[in-house]
Design a protein around this ligand. Sequence first.
Ligand SMILES: Cc1ncc(C[n+]2csc(CCOP(=O)(O)OP(=O)(O)O)c2C)c(N)n1
Ligand SMILES: [Mg+2]
Length: 431
Amino acid sequence: MSDPTGFDSGEGQGARNLPPLKLHVPEPPARPGEAADFTHFEIPPVGAQPRPDEAAAPADMRDLAYGLVRVLDEDGQTAGPWNPKLPPETLLKMLRAMALTRAFDGRMFRAQRQGKTSFYMKSTGEEAVSIGAALALARDDMCFPSYRQQGILIARDWPLVDMINQIYSNKGDRLKGRQLPIMYSARDAGFFSISGNLTTQYPQAVGWAMASAAKGDTRIAATWCGEGSTAEGDFHSACTFASVYRAPVIMNIVNNQWAISSFSGFAGAESTTFAARAVGYGIAGLRVDGNDVLAVYAATRWAADRARANGGPTLIEHFTYRVEGHSTSDDPTAYRSAEESSLWPLGDPIARLKQHCIAIGIWDEERHAAMDRELAELVRDAAREAEKNGILGHGLHHPMESMFEDVFEEMPWHLQEQKQQMLDEWKAAGL
Ligand SMILES: Cc1ncc(C[n+]2csc(CCOP(=O)(O)OP(=O)(O)O)c2C)c(N)n1
Ligand SMILES: [Mg+2]
C-alpha cells in the first residue's frame, strides 16, 4: 500500500540494504602534542596571479578567488603585476604602523595581566591586514572593523591615549565604560563602533555604502570579519545586498585559521576557499597572502578603485594566522599544536616588510632596533598618561546614573523613575 506522504512504507528502508547515513565532522590537522603540518597548503609563487582590470566582470576573474595574490617573495624582493610600487616613505610608514600595533598589543596584554583592564585582544601576525588596507583607503572612507583591526586606528594616527582610556574604562573614556575594552568607536577616524555580536558590521557596512551611493557621495565603506564569522547569517545577507545593488563596499574576511578553539574547517575551509563565497554571489573575489602587506595594499587599492568607479563590491580573503590566543581569556595550548605559529608558511608580516626595506637599501637592523625602542617608549608614555585618568580596579569612573543617558534625546518618564529609584537605593545603602 502506498504511503500518502509519498514515501515507500511497504518494506521499510532497512530492507533495501542501504549503508547508514553519516555526518562529516571536521578535525583540525593537529591537536596539542601532535606535529603541526601545513604542507597541504598550496602556496603559489609570487607573481603567479594575474591582475585584471578594476572593471573586470566577476565571472572573468573567478580563479583569483582560489589563488593567492602575493607580492613579497622569500628573499624580500617584489614581483608580479600586483606590485603596488610604493615609494620608500610609504613602505616605512607601513613598517612603523605595524611595529607600533605590535608594541601596543604587547603592552596592553601585560596591562590586562596586571589587572588594569578586564580584557584585551591581540592582532599579532595579522598586522598587515589592517595596516595595508588603512593605507590603501582614503582617510574619509568608512571602516566597519571587527575587534582585531586596531591597526586601522593606529595607521590613521589616532591618539593611543584615547584607545587606552577606552581599554581602562576610565574617566577619559569617551564611551563612558559602556563598551567592552577594545570595542572602540572613533567617528573622526572613520572607525565605526565595534560590536561584540559577530558580523553585525557586515550589513551595516553595506547599508552605509548604499546610503553613500544613494546620496551621490564619493566615500566607500570597508568591513572586516573573521573566517569563523562567515558562518553567520549576517554575512550572507550583506553579500546579497552588496551584490544586488552593487554597493561601493570592500568586504574583508580575515582567515586566521581559528575561531577561538574552532579551526577554520568548521566554517567551511575543508570544502573551498572563503574568497570563493564571492563566486556564488557574483561578486569580485580576491584571495590574498595576508602576511604580505604589499599584497593587502594592492588588493585593497584595486577594490577601492573598483568601488569608486561604480564597479561594485569586492570580497577579499586574507590568508593569515592568529599567532596568539583569541583573547586574554583564552589558552590556545588547550586545543592546538604549540608548533603551529613557528611553522606557518607565510612568515611574519613585519619581518617580511623589514627584509624588503633592507633589501632595497632604505632600512637596516640598527634603525629597526632603534624604532622598536622608540615605539615601546611611545606606548609606555601613552599608557602612563591614560593611567592618570584611572584604571579598571579604581572603581567607578563615571557616575552610575550616566547609564540612563545618551539613548533618548529626552529621557522617557519610566527611565527617569528607574534612575531616581536607583539613586534612592544607593543613598539608603550609604553608597
Ligand atoms: C553572534 C556571536 N556568536 C558567537 C560569539 C562568540 N565569539 C566571539 S569571537 C568568536 C570567534 C570568531 O572567530 P573568527 O570569526 O574567525 O574571528 P577571529 O577571532 O579569528 O578574528 C566567537 C564564536 C559572538 N561574539 N557573537
Ligand atoms: Mg578566525
